[in-house]
Design a binder for this molecule. Sequence first.
Ligand code: ADP
Ligand code: MG
Length: 323
Amino acid sequence: ESTINKIAAGEVIERPASIVKELAENAIDADASVITIEIRDGGIAMIRVTDNGSGIAADEVPTAFLRHATSKIRTAEDIYHVQSLGFRGEALASIAAVARIELITKRRDALTGVRYTAEGGQQTALEEIGAPAGTTVIARDLFFNTPVRRGFLKAAVTETAHVAALAEELALSHPEVSIRFLANGQSRFHTSGNREVKDIIYQLYGREIATKLLPVEREEKGLSVHGFIGRPEISRGSRALEHYCINGRYIKSPLLSKAIEDGYGDRMMQHNFPFAVLFLTTKPEVVDVNVHPTKREVRFSDGQALYLFLRAAVEEALQRAEL
Ligand code: ADP
Ligand code: MG
């Protein structure tokens, strides 16, 4: 079992940022309104994700670390209507296979909390403990038991940058959650969780960008989009600041990036890319999220319609500003 976990873990856990993603998504699935993400040495030494969500019942804690243990899918049919971010039941098992794990959790209605520890997938402690409602997961010494994988990790600064990008994505895709991100004890950002996309953009990117935004708003045939794009002058040399979510899920999609960029057309200089934070909503069956284990890449049932819709929304926003 532990060997299988170790092998399969490679799929989900590439680097510290993958762990942060899984833990934070679990927190969001648990309806947390406040999440704190802390890392040390790029997350290689330590990752801690704390939430004020539902907590896990004491007797369900060891089960949660079993592969394919998920509380989020009960029937085969559910997979077509999945609303939660996680549903494979692999994350905790995979993380526990490659790091030293400590989990402290308490449900709101429970008298005490519980503390669980594991090393290399083997439970080392399970005890009652006083704790606030919610869950804290700490992963230490990433890949301590798989030196080859550890060797593939980049320097701490690079890993920190990956985690920071991921934390930004989480903050943008969950404006209803207050997210705090700290690296080596230093606060990097803190979003308010007030749902105001503009506030989050300000909290992440500062005044320079927040004062150069154009609102996007369009609805048509079961598709809708809202959010902001940047005026052409705040363009970048990479796609790093093209952010979009579909049905609440942060994704990367060459098709959607192209739609946004084509919406700018000649307004954008060659080799420049726009700033964008956009939220798309479709019927759930239009998007297949089950393509890749990291769940960032998706497939669309009618990509062409989505492309035309998004491009038109961007064009419209620029035209409204007479650009
Ligand atoms: P999945 O998210 O795909 O269900 P995970 O391995 O990420 O699988 O988590 C396993 C189970 O542990 C979840 O289904 C959930 O019941 C529980 N769990 C994990 N993290 C949390 C959390 N932060 N708060 C509440 N429950 C959690
Ligand atoms: Mg999960």
